[in-house]
Design a protein around this ligand. Structure first.
Ligand code: NAD
Length: 717
């Protein structure tokens, strides 16, 4: 696992633990023993530590997560380096992360290739860099840089790392050869001042103001997430305590953090994210056997909000796109939007002006569906009307080449119905992007009963190639994401009807860690779309939406959102919605007395006496209604595993990652408690069928089955 060879007076110690040279127990032993070997060889005057294959070590072995690492620890390897009596050079290519960077920090010198990256990402799995990182980095790069790097887990490119002295030299060519050359240059020179433990941290006199500023940022960025705060403390130890004592304190904190629910949740999310690519269809096709089709040309139909965002996502990943609209006016508007989104990407430094220009030159347009006769894949993003989509798919079926794959970006509609309008249902699939589609990373892919494994493999592969997080689910109204979100949105309205204020609900859920409360989300998305579809649904049933409507289709109903829309309060875009805004399109919001009065009048007209609603009730009714739906989704096989649901929530709705996702959150609270509370609300609100407890949840709650066994047990229950 660790190779050793000598080239003249230089010993090379190369970690050889594919695929990422993780610092597992055997690697640490190998490093330790080979350092001894170099120390005892009198002909060795300098040592190079590097990684074989594609990278320098990237940190701990994920298979050892959650266990107490066996000795030698990284700090033991580090002490060996420091006391070797010969200069040790870390030669970094690929990524030097976590324990990898810590070992490099114990070295006397660090060189790196220009495209190498370094970082201490432990915070992202709820931990701190206890292998010396939090003690060494402030002594090398200063408190300010260490705070930023360690509390965010950000990876720095070699050039930036060199600016902060983390890298001594950026070199090009073969990293081992460069390491040896560097070693030959420094081998007989003094290097004691390069041992970081003897330095004092830069900026130590400003520890307090730096800490306060960082804590303020953390509070804004990641409410309720403890690890960054502990990371701040671990860095402060580098100033407050002698080196060895700081190391010992940080190790104690690390062990406490390892046991915390947040670290467990983050590690669960880490593995969940890796598991979603291992999809399986009920027909037996799966990721291992299905081969994706080669996709070179893509067409997007509909240049509205979603079509333009999807186009930008495809163009920026290097795909040529043929954009289609129903007429030239809408097409021109769409092209303008695409251009301004690309310009926005340059401003956000997502890509360079040159790349944006290239992307833009790969865009072609048409108002004639016939032009799609040679594309490999089509993504339809027209209005959410089944008949329109059926019409377009039946035309596409006739126009497109037989092997072309036809995707729909529908949010709710049945994929099987759309597929039935073609003679190629095996090549029809849902690709549900989230708004804004050029930024949001979730791609909820939906298979129909006839979708082929090859088609699924192709869209899963496409998702990855355009930098999205593709998750596969089955078809049902709203699929996984919107189906779970629906009861939550309804509960938010009912809570207002019963006595809560919209801003109170938003605050509670933002304090929980959601990026935005449900009323701010409604204002951002625009209330008019939902209002129109509710009016259409009512019409379909021979009803009209009236203000005193308390039941709709046998379900509890709240007409408050309709009342706002009736007043033209569609949200941010009209300058008023649940909040009022400076001007149309502005994000600057304030609480609006008119909305408060409207809510009060609504309650009065229905004879509802407002009651005090607690934080606990808001959290439970919002989160548990969605979780109950999540268990039904699992029960029906719409999602194959809880991990799929959780990743959908992490990437589609910004559910706080330190809770793992709604399903993992439920497992941490305890399924029995979640089930009991759902039964309680079901008793209180019998006219909201979303409170009907999931049978799967009931069964799993009896034995408190751990989340890793839900999917397996479900198939046996
Ligand atoms: P939109 O109204 O902004 O855009 C739809 C576009 O389709 C319009 O520009 C319209 O002119 C065009 N169009 C209509 N008929 C056409 C035809 N026959 N040929 C070519 N173009 C045609 O709608 P949107 O918000 O972009 O939604 C599009 C789809 O994406 C819907 O199915 C919606 O449910 C889904 N979706 C929307 C969101 C969202 O947040 N807006 C999120 C996920 C999915």
């Amino acid at each position: 696992m660790v190779d050793y060879w000598r080239q003249g007076s230089v010993a090379v110690i190369a970690v050889n633990n594919p695929p990422v040279n993780a610092l597992s127990y055997n690697v640490r032993v190998g490093l330790y023993n080979n350092l001894d070997k170099a120390a005892n060889d009198r002909d060795v005057l300098a040592v190079v530590i590097c990684g074989k294959g594609r990278t320098f070590p990237v940190g701990a072995d994920i298979h050892e997560f959650g266990q107490i690492p066996k000795e030698p620890w990284i700090t033991d390897v580090g002490r060996k380096i420091e006391s070797l009596g010969k200069p040790v050079i870390a030669a970094i290519h690929g990524t030097g992360l976590g324990g990898g960077l810590e070992i490099a920090l114990f070295c006397h010198y660090r060189i790196a290739l220009p495209n190498a990256r370094v970082g201490l990402p432990e915070v992202l799995i709820g931990l701190l860099p206890a292998g010396g990182g939090a003690q060494l980095l402030p002594r090398l790069a200063g408190i300010q840089v260490a705070m930023e790097m360690i509390t965010t887990g950000r990876q720095l490119p070699a050039s930036e790392a060199a600016k902060y002295n983390i890298i001594d030299k950026v070199v090009s060519g073969d990293i081992v050869k460069e390491g040896i050359e560097f070693a030959l240059r420094v081998q007989n020179k003094p290097f004691q001042d390069k041992i970081l433990r003897y330095r004092s941290p830069h900026g130590k006199d400003s520890l307090q103001p730096i800490t306060e500023a960082v804590l303020r940022k953390i509070k804004m960025r990641s409410r309720g997430f403890y690890a960054p705060v502990w990371c701040v403390r671990s860095i402060a130890n580098s100033v407050k305590l002698p080196f060895e004592e700081g190391l010992a304190q940080n190790r104690i904190m690390f062990q406490q953090m390892q046991l915390s629910g947040q670290a467990k949740a983050l590690q669960y999310a880490f593995f969940a994210e890796r598991s979603i690519s291992k999809w399986k269809l009920p027909c037996g096709g799966n990721f291992a056997t299905a081969v994706p089709r080669k996709i070179k040309t893509i067409s997007v139909i509909g240049a509205g909000t979603m079509g333009t965002g999807i186009t930008v996502a495809l163009l920026s990943a290097g795909f040529p796109v043929l954009l289609v609209e129903q007429n030239k006016r809408f097409l021109m508007k769409g092209v303008q939007t695409v251009q301004s989104l690309l310009e926005g990407g340059v401003k956000r430094r997502k890509f360079t002006a040159e790349q944006a220009k290239m992307a833009s030159s790969s865009l072609t347009t048409t108002v004639d569906l016939q032009a799609l006769n040679s594309v490999d894949l089509v993504i339809e993003a027209v209005f959410e009307t089944l008949s329109l989509k059926e019409d377009i798919f039946s035309k596409l079926d006739k126009i497109c080449k037989p092997e072309a794959i036809l995707c729909s970006n529908t949010s709710y509609l049945n994929i099987d119905k759309i597929a039935a309008s073609t003679r190629r249902p095996d090549k029809v699939v849902g690709t549900h992007f989230f708004s804004p589609a050029h930024i949001m990373r979730l791609m909820e892919n939906i298979y129909g009963c006839k979708t082929s494994p090859e088609t699924v493999a192709t869209v899963m592969d496409l998702g990855k190639r355009i930098g999205k997080v593709p998750v596969l689910v089955g078809t049902c109204p709203g699929f996984c994401a919107n189906r779970m979100n629906r009861p939550q949105s309804e509960e938010a309205l009912f809570l207002v009807e019963e006595g809560a204020q919209p801003e109170q609900i938003d605050q509670v859920l933002e304090d929980f860690g959601m990026p935005m409360g449900p009323f701010k989300v409604r204002d951002l998305a625009g209330g008019d779309i939902g209002w129109r579809s509710r009016k259409d649904a009512a019409l379909h049933l021979g009803l009209t939406l009236s203000y005193d409507l308390q039941f709709f289709n046998g379900e509890r109903y709240c007409s408050l959102a309709d009342k706002l829309c009736e007043l033209g309060r569609f949200g941010q875009k009209t300058g008023s919605g649940w909040y009022s805004y400076d001007k149309p399109g502005s994000k600057q919001l304030s609480i609006d007395e008119d909305v408060t009065k409207l809510i009060q009048n609504h309650r009065d007209s229905l004879g509802i006496k407002p009651r005090k609603i607690t934080t606990q009730e808001i959290q439970e009714r919002f989160l548990f209604s969605g979780i109950n739906e999540g268990f039904k989704i699992l029960e029906e096989g719409i999602a194959a595993r809880p991990e799929d649901i959780d990743i959908i929530w992490l990437y589609g709705f910004g559910f706080p990652r330190h809770y793992g996702g709604p399903m993992f959150y439920a497992s941490q609270i305890g399924l029995k408690r979640v089930y009991d509370r759902i039964c309680h609300y079901h008793e209180l609100f019998p006219y909201s069928s979303h409170w009907m407890p999931s049978k799967l949840l009931q069964k799993l709650s009896i034995q408190e089955v751990p989340i890793g066994q839900w999917a397996e047990l479900h198939s046996k229950l």
